[in-house]
Design a binder for this molecule. Structure first.
Ligand code: PGA
Length: 251
């Protein structure tokens, strides 16, 4: 996995028709010879339609969460096999909106990630501190405690299908991305912690939180930043394709 990643997290936005239109527009600006992998995470209800809209383009489609079992009495959940049947190949796990608004614990997020990996999905595992935690100088401790249950329980072969995303909670959807120094130091810390704790190379780390066409070039030029997890700007095809162009021009 040497390529850079540009991932669109559409969150709970867009119905079937608009999801399909947006996916089609992005697919027209992409070709699989590019060195930036483009992944899109629409609503689970639009997975199948979006998957059809990007068919043959090389773009991968995934879900914004995943359960660890393949089926069962888990109301409101989607299983890795259901995601795959709908055309999905990855899941975003532990997004701060899941951890915060839906109270998903560190253990639960690790369990989701390990289950999804075990059933053949690729996983983007999100970590990030709140503004309060940052101002209390707890950033490193928070990121480590979010990673710890994953590192301790993940089977060693599963590392290859894993990406991490550093997303400071206070930078998400606020238009206020973290500073380059904040991103640089968090990514370096995560890289070093992962290696020392697991004895394996750290998976690629994406940055997320108010990524835009205006700051993308600087962010992806930082060490240990392998791409972006993009919310708001991924809903605007021109902006998203501009980030793709920037990424390709900097490889
Ligand atoms: P944002 O969201 O780009 O709108 O800040 C990023 C994310 O939540 O993944």
């Amino acid at each position: 996995m040497l390529r850079r990643f540009l991932v669109g997290n559409w969150k709970m936005n867009l119905g079937l028709r608009d999801s399909t239109l947006l996916a089609g527009e992005i697919a027209r600006g992409y070709n699989s010879a590019m060195n930036t992998a483009v992944w899109l995470a629409p609503s689970a209800l639009a997975l199948q339609a979006v998957s059809a809209a990007v068919k043959g383009s090389g773009i991968q489609i995934g879900c914004q969460n995943a359960h660890w079992e393949t089926s069962g009495a888990f109301t409101g959940e989607d299983s890795p096999t259901q995601i795959q049947e709908a055309g999905g190949s990855f899941a975003i796990i532990g997004h701060s909106e899941r951890r915060g608004v839906f109270a998903e614990s560190e253990i639960l997020c690790a369990r989701r990630a390990i289950g999804a990996l075990a059933h053949g999905l690729q996983v983007i595992f999100c970590i990030g501190e709140t503004l309060q935690q940052r101002s209390d100088n707890q950033t490193a401790g928070v990121l480590k405690s979010q990673l710890e249950p994953l590192i301790s329980n993940i089977p060693s072969g599963a590392f290859r299908s894993l990406l991490l995303a550093y997303e400071p909670v206070w930078a998400i959807g606020t238009g206020m991305a973290a500073s380059l120094e904040e991103i640089r130091s968090a990514h370096a810390m995560v890289n070093e912690y992962w290696q020392s704790k697991s004895g394996e190379p750290c998976p690629p780390i994406l940055y997320g939180g108010s990524v835009s066409a205006d700051n993308f070039a600087q962010i992806i030029s930082l060490p240990f930043v392998r791409g972006g997890l993009v919310g708001g700007a991924s809903l605007e095809p021109q902006k998203f394709l501009e980030m793709l162009r920037i990424s390709e021009s900097l490889l």
